[in-house]
Design a protein around this ligand. Sequence first.
Ligand SMILES: [Zn+2]
Length: 159
Amino acid sequence: MRCPFCRHSDCRVIDSREVDDGVATRRRRSCAACGRRFTTVEEAVLAVVKRSGVTEPFSRDKVVNGVRRACQGRPVDEDALAQLAHRVEEAVRAGGTAEIPSHEVGLAILGPLRELDEVAYLRFASVYRSFSSIEDFEKEIADLRDAPARDTPVRAAPT
Ligand SMILES: [Zn+2]
């Protein structure tokens, strides 16, 4: 690890601790040449496997960009998009695997997006699930009506 101040290559780790519930390790380092200190964060790369078989690192920005298109003209601000991307990352990381198929990232987007904005959700779902007819939309809308994402009381099953 090169010193970001003087580019010297000999830097000593002076402290190391787990952060984010052990998902990442934060290290405090000290440069042997200039003595300055800096922090590095190390975490496992979460790879997204595309349909072509190509893998790329998971990126919250990509999630935001994909969802932003569906949210055009909707009352959804950047904060909400960032929050949604955070939830998606948590969901896919919770799976505990280092590689995740891209369609599962799409799946992880659907739930939070539905809570955020139902119109944006419909737009996103129509592309993601390749709706091919008006019936596909009708069915999805019927599902939305039957089970609203918000205000759904959790009831115990009748005994
Ligand atoms: Zn240095």
